[in-house]
Ligand binder design. Structure first.
Ligand code: SF4
Length: 393
């Protein structure tokens, strides 16, 4: 397989939150504030480890997610960025994002982060309606989101995302219109819309199971998605992925790396990575993560890239696995789809030679469109994407 010359993406997982949202199954912990300083030390060790295994790799995007990255202070980020700059070679225009909770951020905090090097911010708005935010156990109200956006703009963030959730229990179409309208008033550059999913072990799933809150209504959620698609299109946002819209030039480069199935490193407890033909994940427990990284023997032999001593799940991919991943993720991209030339260069085979019968069959049913340049889902195919994806696995 031909090597790719694209820069690497780096995801950094910050596994702390102040409170737990009722729908959330991410690897994040509350009440561990006392561990934050030692977590930062361990993270710096993990970054330096990768830098020793493969020095000065070119990096095009870095994304701090979580958890709640805004739990860390500017002093923490100054030290983390110093380690990142020592270990990697940043592209001049590298996109460096963090997710924040609107309840946490002030102008001073965001100005400091902007000076340290962050240039993109993603604010977890989720809803503009008090009853939904209460059900989610979110710590903010709609005014806090407006203040966070204003602070971020004032601090110099020219690339700002807002997240909203739909298909929520008790959410009416009127509620959804209200959230979308409130979000559009704040003029984000990028919008992500997520349908609520009931995750195993969350209070929300438990409440639905016990009948304390109504089950999400899939038909209403589909209507909400269609409504949002029309509203965002009318407001000048281009849908470039199933759940993501952007003003021109503000597509999220970090997430595009995932959807193009290009390499990314995952650092921090529970982070996932894909590089050198290997998918891997880092152990979940912050305590074990800290203990392992801080107990490293500096003279021990280094592991093969991209592994580190805190990686605990490894899946070595076959070419067939990589092809499937490339198709499933690439078809999520609305305009881009899967470019045939890039596919041929990467895998040494044309997509139509590989899956011609299947793709022609879906094209005849109006679910897939292809030409010499690319294969992509049609509008109808987007609605039935799971059907297409299942057939390609
Ligand atoms: S702030 Fe985000 S990561 Fe933390 S509990 Fe809520 S949804 Fe989960």
């Amino acid at each position: 397989m031909k090597p790719t010359h694209n820069p690497l993406a780096v995801y950094v997982h910050i596994p702390f939150c102040h409170v737990k949202c009722t729908y959330c199954a991410f690897n994040t912990y509350i009440g561990l504030d006392a561990l934050v300083d030692s977590f930062v030390e361990a993270l710096i060790e993990e970054i330096k480890y990768i830098g020793r295994v493969r020095p000065s790799q070119r990096v095009g995007t870095i994304f701090f997610g979580g958890g709640t990255p805004s739990v860390l202070t500017p002093a923490h980020y100054t030290r983390i960025f110093a380690a990142l700059h020592d270990s990697f070679a940043f592209d001049g225009d590298a996109e460096i994002s963090l997710e924040v909770n609107p309840a946490d951020v002030s102008y001073g905090y965001l100005r400091a982060l902007r000076e340290i090097g962050f240039n993109r911010i993603s604010i977890g708005m989720q809803s503009a309606n008090a009853h939904e935010l209460r059900l989610f156990n979110r710590r903010h109200d709609n005014d806090a989101v407006a203040r966070a956006v204003s602070a971020a703009r004032g601090a110099g963030f020219g690339n700002l995302n807002l997240d909203l959730m739909y298909g929520n229990p008790h959410q009416t179409m009127g509620d959804w219109e209200n959230s979308l309208q409130a979000m559009l008033t704040l003029k984000p550059d990028h919008v992500s819309l997520y349908a609520l999913t009931l995750e195993e072990g969350t209070p929300m799933q438990d409440w639905v199971e016990k009948g304390r809150v109504p089950e999400p209504d899939d038909d209403l959620a589909a209507d909400m998605y269609d409504f949002a698609t029309a509203q965002l299109g009318a407001a000048g946002y281009v849908q470039y992925e199933i759940s993501n819209w952007a003003k021109a030039g503000h597509e999220c480069a970090h997430n595009l790396q995932y959807w193009r199935n290009m390499p990314y490193l995952g650092l921090g407890p529970g982070a996932h990575g894909f590089a050198n033909g290997v998918r891997y994940s880092v152990l979940l427990s912050p305590q074990r993560y800290i203990k392992t990284m801080m107990a490293l023997d500096g003279n021990a032999a280094l592991l093969d890239y991209p592994l580190t001593p805190v990686v605990d799940q490894v899946n070595v991919l076959t070419q067939k696995d990589e092809i499937t991943d490339t198709l499933l993720m690439g078809l999520r991209l609305i305009g881009e789809g899967v470019p045939r030339q890039a596919f041929r260069e990467r895998f040494g085979i044309d997509l139509l030679d590989l899956h011609g019968d299947l793709l022609r069959g879906f094209a005849a049913r109006g679910l897939i469109a292809f030409d010499d340049e690319r294969v992509k889902l049609t509008d109808q195919g987007r609605l039935l994407s799971n059907l297409v994806f299942r057939a390609l696995v």
